[in-house]
Write a protein that binds this ligand. Structure first.
Ligand SMILES: [Zn+2]
Ligand SMILES: [Zn+2]
Length: 177
């Protein structure tokens, strides 16, 4: 094939270009990377060896770091980019903060600080007062479970969703064995 390099998706050079490759999660506002992930669950872009050499970086770009840099400029040495939303594939710069590594560790248990965290906390408090789900099922202790974000969810509705999904995917038992 001559000496032609295989064309690759170019690395986004503006934040809006990068955002076009993510999907909005409406409830949280997270912009979830719709591309390759590394084994730790962070979104990544692979670039050619030549391109990497040109830019003076490695061949793998972590997209949440790229998002932060496109919005704020180069990440200073010693800083790392922390997900305020704790959602690793998220690239919404409103959910990202540059912190020192020790701060990042300390923050895992720190009280809610930023506006986003306050908002999330209020949402959780509102949830705590809910007595019924949107479908009118009483949220009694035996009918409540905490979903992945810690929100109180209706077990009856969850069971119903599972039932519908299983009915629509008759081969599911085989596939997941
Ligand atoms: Zn997020
Ligand atoms: Zn329900």
């Amino acid at each position: 094939m001559g000496g032609m390099a295989r064309p690759r998706t170019p690395v986004p050079v503006t934040l809006s270009e990068l955002y076009q490759r993510a999907v909005l999660a409406p409830r949280t506002g997270c912009l979830v990377w719709d591309g390759r992930m590394n084994q730790d669950g962070y979104g990544q872009i692979g670039i050619s060896r030549n391109h990497a050499a040109e830019l003076g970086i490695g061949q793998t770009i972590l997209v949440h770091r790229l998002a932060w840099e496109l919005a704020n400029g180069p990440i200073q040495p010693g800083l790392q980019i922390d997900h305020i939303c704790r959602n690793r594939p998220c690239i919404n710069v409103e959910h990202l903060e540059a912190v020192t590594s020790s701060e990042n560790v300390r923050r895992s248990d720190a009280p809610v600080l930023s506006a986003f965290r306050l908002q999330a906390q209020r949402a959780l408090q509102r949830e705590a007062y809910k007595t019924h789900c949107v479908h009118g099922h009483a949220l009694t202790p035996d009918n409540v479970y905490a979903d992945r974000r810690g929100f109180r969810s209706c077990r009856t509705c969850q069971n119903e969703r599972s039932r519908v999904w299983r009915a629509a995917n008759p081969g599911w038992r085989q596939r997941y064995k």
